[in-house]
Design a protein. Structure first.
Ligand code: ADP
Ligand code: MG
Length: 666
């Protein structure tokens, strides 16, 4: 296809300005959709208040009088005859319009009305009268040196010259099925809508196209994964697993049962498992993971469980040993701080197969680690693992089944797209007896109340987490810091209770030691940054206090809050902040992580929750996965049907879509 510079009117200067806002190709230009539309409807002079905004058209009655001031400034005045009376118009710095503003010509004026003087101070004058229908004007994201008008001109020129060549990703079958307009017409309308109805119609069509292409990719990858990734097949002794589950100290929730069932099916199937297990904090994902590891192990393969921090890996290791206490299975822990000679022994054991289960951090996937027959890899808090690290595992030439666990509940809508090439299992229901955590939003001025609440908990023999956004004071911020809070808490409670801190900059051995002390109740108040966010389990901790809570996303707050309420005692969470109370108040009433992450999405936009890495995949030009969920589902269904339909094997659209995936991945 032609290049951007081939579009008439786009010279080197405008080319570089277009590049600046991310427009490099004709396709980019044509899909630079307006971000809003101004609707121009003729106003009535008598109905506008003094100082009010007005849009009005009429014929020029008097020759414009031009006045020039210092510094190149100028002003023009003329009289305009409109349907609702005669009005004066003045406009600044449009001397260049003078030759067009001839007596008798029709113009449309947008500006502010001064009623006493009967003059409109215009911000804009457009040539031509308004029609009786509303005029809809697109408004584009521009940059300095590139006006809305330029943008519109370039786009329309590109449409005129190359509109026919623009590729349409919607296959004919679906164009016909939904009576969609062709691409060129659709683009023409989105950039020059005549009515709101037409605009709405093509908006849906263009959204559908975008989502169709997106879902095609996801479906394609999923199918490729399944084809390429012939995994291991194994026989699972379901009776044995069933018995094991019977012997657990609690009964699995039905969501847990279902997740176990689906995972065991995955393990047995020839297809390689690529599954996300998501559930709120405390929903009981870990036990599901352990059961999967056990099943894998009993079928003769090694299992690895990877956690993002040493604290968490250690905790999982201890729990796993407890879980397996009746079984004769060798379990080891491998982290960055495992002593060298232990490491050598563990490497050897993994290689010769004498170790059946390994728990650890990234250390598990380093070069020197070789496995005898790794059959299952589970990663906890998967969104914290880089894509790169995940790939690393796969590159070891192993084809283990993979299960990702995530406690950031992602509404199905997004899970479907973001983790679209994975299967998703969700644990919604919480284990019985889990209570709601009483949550309060407090101001800094109410700190005394908070300290009293803390004291009440401490007196009962319980422990408290205190969270601050920063570690140390910095010059240009008065946010709470771990160090400052330590001093304050010592003043308040130092004589009776042990207080300590843990944060991300500490050596991991020191961190582990303090966490261990907190677990053993040798420390009653633990002050920390968000390092405790991830999975730490201390049932005797019943209170969570978060300073400057407005600094965190709701999902993060929810995660933090999930650290308490793990035992039988009633637990509480206090969010301290002087701003953003409305958002934080959501936490007082909502305790469903899915609802909270949905709120987060609404408030913070789709990219934020997942960091920048994934947000690239999520940036749609016209569609919005939250608002256009219905279209998304339809596009998902259609694209899959299209993909699997052999008759379309040679189809140009399919080829293009597949090619675009290959490009993306390169
Ligand atoms: P998650 O990893 O999803 O945050 P965990 O697996 O750590 O949650 O579970 C939290 C706690 O609940 C653990 O102490 C676990 O033993 C317990 N638990 C898990 N499932 C159940 C259940 N069905 N009934 C009662 N307690 C459960
Ligand atoms: Mg967990």
């Amino acid at each position: 296809m032609a290049e951007l510079k081939d579009v008439k009117g786009i010279g080197p200067k405008s080319l570089s300005l277009l590049n600046k806002i991310g427009i490099f190709t004709i396709d980019d230009l044509l899909t630079h959709y307006p971000f809003r539309y101004d609707v121009l409807v003729r106003d009535d002079l008598s109905k506008i208040e003094d100082g009010g905004k007005i849009i009005i058209d009429g014929k020029i009655e008097s020759m414009p009088i031009l006045m020039r001031f210092k510094a190149g400034l100028n002003k023009m005045n003329f009289r305009l005859v409109t349907a609702s009376g005669i009005v004066g118009v003045s406009i600044f710095n449009r001397a260049f319009l003078k030759s067009q503003l001839t007596v008798g010509s029709g113009v449309t004026v947008i500006g502010k009305l001064d009623k006493s003087k009967n003059v409109i101070t215009a911000s804009e004058i457009k040539m031509g009268l308004l029609t009786n229908k509303a005029k809809i004007e697109p408004v584009y994201h521009c940059t300095s040196g590139l006006t809305n008008k330029n943008m519109s001109t370039y786009i329309n020129m590109a449409l005129l010259m190359y509109g026919k060549e623009v590729f349409d990703y919607i296959p004919d079958v679906y164009l016909e099925k939904y009576h969609f307009l062709n691409k060129k017409t659709a683009l023409n309308i989105i950039h020059n809508p005549s009515t709101m109805e037409k605009l709405k119609e093509v908006t849906i069509r263009l959204k559908y196209e975008e989502l169709f292409a997106f879902m095609f990719k996801i479906n394609y990858l999923k199918i490729q994964n399944k084809k390429k990734n012939q995994g291991l097949t194994r026989q699972i002794n379901r009776l044995q697993i069933e018995k094991f589950i019977q012997d657990l100290p609690f009964e699995l929730t039905s969501d847990q049962k279902e997740a176990v069932d689906v995972i065991l099916n995955d393990l047995e199937s020839v297809h390689r498992m690529n599954r996300l297990l998501q559930g709120d904090v405390g929903s009981g994902k870990t036990v599901v993971a352990f059961i999967a590891m056990l099943a894998n192990c009993l079928s003769g393969y090694q299992s690895a469980l990877m956690a993002p921090t040493e604290i968490l890996a250690t905790q999982h290791f201890q729990n796993l040993k407890l879980f397996l206490k009746e079984e004769n299975i060798s379990v080891e822990l491998l982290t960055g701080s495992t002593p060298k000679k232990d490491k050598q022994r563990i490497y050897q054991g993994l290689k010769d197969g004498s170790i059946s289960m390994i728990v650890g951090t990234h250390a598990l996937i380093q070069e020197e680690v070789e496995y005898n027959n790794l059959g299952l890899v589970i990663t906890d808090e998967q969104h914290r693992f880089g894509v790169h690290q995940r790939a690393n595992l796969q590159n070891k030439g192993l084809k283990p089944d993979v299960l990702y666990m995530s406690a950031t509940p992602i509404p199905r809508t997004y899970a479907l797209t973001i983790f679209g090439d994975m299967d998703v299992s969700t644990i919604k229901e919480r284990p019985k007896g889990r209570q709601k955590i009483d949550t309060y939003v407090k101001k800094n001025s109410e700190i005394k109340d908070v300290l009293k609440m803390m004291y009440e908990e401490l007196k009962k023999g319980h422990q408290v987490y205190v969270i601050a956004p920063l570690i140390e004071e910095s010059e240009n911020s008065d946010l709470a810091t771990v160090c400052k809070l330590k001093d304050q808490m010592r003043l308040a409670f130092g004589e009776r209770y042990q207080i300590d801190i843990v944060h991300g900059k500490m050596a991991s051995a020191a961190k582990d030691m303090i966490m261990e002390q907190f677990k053993n109740n040798d420390v009653q108040i633990l002050i920390s940054t968000t390092v405790v966010e991830v999975g730490v389990d201390v049932p005797n901790a019943t209170m969570m206090v978060i300073f400057d809570a407005d600094r965190f996303g709701l999902s993060t707050l929810h995660q933090l809050r999930g650290r308490v309420g793990r035992g039988t005692a009633r637990s509480l969470c206090v969010l301290i902040s002087d701003s953003d109370a409305e958002r934080l108040k959501i936490m007082e009433t909502v305790d469903d992580g899915f609802v909270i992450s949905e709120e987060d999405f609404k408030l913070r936009g789709q990219g934020d929750l997942f960091g920048t890495k994934q947000s690239g995949d999520m940036s749609f030009k016209i569609a919005n996965i939250r608002l256009d969920y219905k279209i998304l589902l339809q596009a998902k269904k259609d694209s899959k049907e299209y993909l699997l339909n052999k008759e379309f094997d040679q189809d140009e659209i399919k080829k293009r879509l597949v090619a675009s995936i290959t490009n993306d991945r390169a």
